[in-house]
Design a protein around this ligand. Structure first.
Ligand code: GCB
Length: 569
């Protein structure tokens, strides 16, 4: 599966818009509602029962197809449905998909009707368990989130819905089905290696990039090609040079059967010693852990919000972010490619609890990891894979993570792999990875309200982690909640002053360590969580409010991130 696109050989029809919603297993809310796609349904209505419904819901839409699609192969493509989806067309089950953030599709050529209305029904549910990724609805008396409503073991609201685009698209019977791009840099020459698969009966593929051509023969429906671009303009942080790679598939009579344009950024990623290198130059990560989260739409993809976020990240002089705690929409990755941001792409495995994992949990984790790598492989902005955030990695988990690291390395030798840990140095899996990502909250969860002691603690902890793993360290989470507009002098917890003083103080400590390769603040913006006494109408650790306006610390970070520093680009 490759991302659908519109071109002379492919049609693309959006099924976004207003659908019908039925809360299937909730007799108190039996009336059919209108629902927006893409969006979470939870925050659209005024009824609490509806908002907190996590059982099954049914999305339905009626659509007609144009006669111009007759004779084509037709797919129904979902970019993401959270968490589980079962899809029916005209009453016939097409199939299902589990995990909420990666795409799936069905060949509906034989099922779709011409000349009359078709009905698509999508049953979605958020029934999480010990065997889902992420896990939830497990009770561990040692875990802080036991008092959350709804009962999730992670710190964001479990939104449900068709969260991203829904498309019908067509191809001819011969079409490109897989595409993997690798790039390398030799002196001033950019090298683009292409591997692909064509379904149907193609004979050869023509490739063109920046005026350089290659013809690749199809052998067992697969092709490979290597193109060289002299004096190539490389993709880099803040220098988002991109090329269009045009592919054309022909049959043995030289008839053009399919075409596809893939954007390519030529760049090389390495981890050497304590350095993270892009095109041979050391990079220091400045940025955030984020969330897909906004008023009303919940986790629904919204181009306007996405653009605002990139503009704010540019304004504050950030250069990177992590897709905490799940794969973000492909539109966001496109923007990262275009703005020149470095992205750490993460699976949805947040807060894994090894007291409850079993073979089924690992199977789902493996499946979603493979789907993530296949989906994001061709994005130059994606520079590292994160297999999980804050698992209970102080428990026995080495074998579990070895399986995942092996899969990642077998699929991708060009990017480092990381784990985001809150237990390091007491972490039983970190030695398997290339970069050590750590989340630590001195001055907040530990040693609250004492910034000097928090700085000492950060210092000692960084030394201890480095001593144990000898890996470059990226601090992927640190920070403090601040309720916008809440002030005190001297600063106190929850005020904008305290958040600013703590974040800047901890950054000063991190920058004294030459093994630290970056600082990612938790979080870019305030976001909605389950309800709990430690959350004031959601998590308020944002540098920006949920409305995307700056808190005090934002102005100071803009300054700090603009100044040259050691080990920095
Ligand atoms: C963490 C988690 C993140 C939470 C954050 C917090 O360690 O990774 O999901 O939101 O702490 O604010 O507690």
């Amino acid at each position: 599966m490759i991302r659908p696109q519109l071109n002379t050989k492919r049609d693309l029809v959006s099924l976004n818009g207003v659908w019908n919603l039925n809360l299937v297993d909730n007799p108190k809310c039996s009336e059919i509602k209108k629902v927006a796609v893409p969006s979470s349904f939870n925050d659209l209505y005024t009824d609490e029962e509806v908002r907190n419904h996590h059982g099954e819901v049914k999305y339905s839409k009626s659509f007609k197809v144009s006669d111009s699609l007759l004779g084509k192969k037709i797919f129904l493509h979902f970019e993401a449905v959270s968490y589980r989806a079962k899809v029916f067309l005209n009453g016939k089950e097409l199939g299902s998909h589990e995990t909420g953030y990666t795409p799936f599709e069905f060949d509906i050529t034989e099922t779709v009707e011409f000349g009359k209305a078709n009905i698509v029904d999508v049953y979605a549910d958020q029934n999480l368990s010990a065997e889902t990724i992420p896990q939830s609805n497990i009770v561990d008396k040692d875990w802080i989130f036991n008092t959350h409503f709804p009962n999730v073991i992670f710190d964001f609201y479990p939104y449900t819905g068709i969260h991203r685009n829904v498309y019908l698209y067509t191809v001819n019977k011969t079409y490109i089905d897989k595409l993997k791009i690798d790039t390398d840099v030799k002196g001033t020459v950019g090298i683009v290696k292409v591997e692909g698969k064509v379904n149907g009966s193609g004979s050869y593929v023509e490739l063109n990039i920046a005026g350089y051509n290659k013809k690749a023969q199809l052998i067992d429906n697969s092709f490979t090609a290597e193109l060289e671009i002299p004096d190539a303009k490389l993709w880099n942080v803040g220098e988002p040079n991109l090329y269009d790679l045009d592919l054309s598939v022909y049959d043995s009579d030289n008839n053009l059967k399919d075409e596809y344009t893939q954007r390519v950024g030529i760049r090389k990623i390495e981890v050497k010693g304590n350095e993270f290198l892009v095109n041979g130059k050391s990079v220091y990560f400045k940025g955030f852990g984020k969330h897909e989260d906004f008023h009303i739409i919940g986790k629904g993809n919204c181009d306007a919000v996405n653009i605002r976020d990139f503009e704010l990240m540019k304004w504050i002089n950030a250069n990177s972010f992590r897709t905490s705690h799940y794969p973000y929409s492909e539109d966001i990755l496109d923007l990262a490619d275009e703005y020149g941001f470095l992205v750490i792409s993460e699976t949805p495995a947040v807060s894994l609890n090894f007291k409850f994992t079993n073979e089924k949990t690992l199977e789902v984790h493996k499946k979603v990891l493979v789907e993530l790598i296949e989906r994001d492989y061709n994005h130059p902005s994606v520079v590292m894979w994160s297999v999980a955030n804050e698992p209970q990695s102080q428990l026995d988990c080495e074998k579990y993570f070895k399986t995942l690291v092996d899969i990642t390395r077998s699929m991708d030798q060009s990017r480092p792999v990381t784990l985001v840990s809150c237990f390091a140095p007491n972490d039983n899996a970190m030695h398997l990875f290339d970069v050590c990502c750590i989340n630590k909250y001195p001055g907040w969860y530990e040693i609250p309200a004492q910034i000097d002691k928090a700085k000492e603690s950060m210092d000692q902890m960084l030394e201890a982690i480095y001593k144990k793993f000898k890996l470059p360290i990226l601090i992927t989470e640190f920070g403090a909640d601040a309720v916008a507009g809440c002030h005190s002098l001297p600063g106190e917890m929850y005020t904008e002053e305290y958040q600013k003083d703590l974040i800047l103080g901890l950054i000063d400590v991190m920058r004294t360590k030459d093994f630290v390769i970056g600082e990612h603040i938790w979080n870019f913006a305030d976001f909605r969580t389950a309800q709990n006494y430690i959350r004031v109408n959601g998590n308020k650790k944002g540098v920006f409010t949920r409305e995307r306006q700056p808190k005090m610390v934002a102005h100071f970070l803009k300054e700090k991130w603009n100044k040259p520093m050691i080990n920095n680009q």
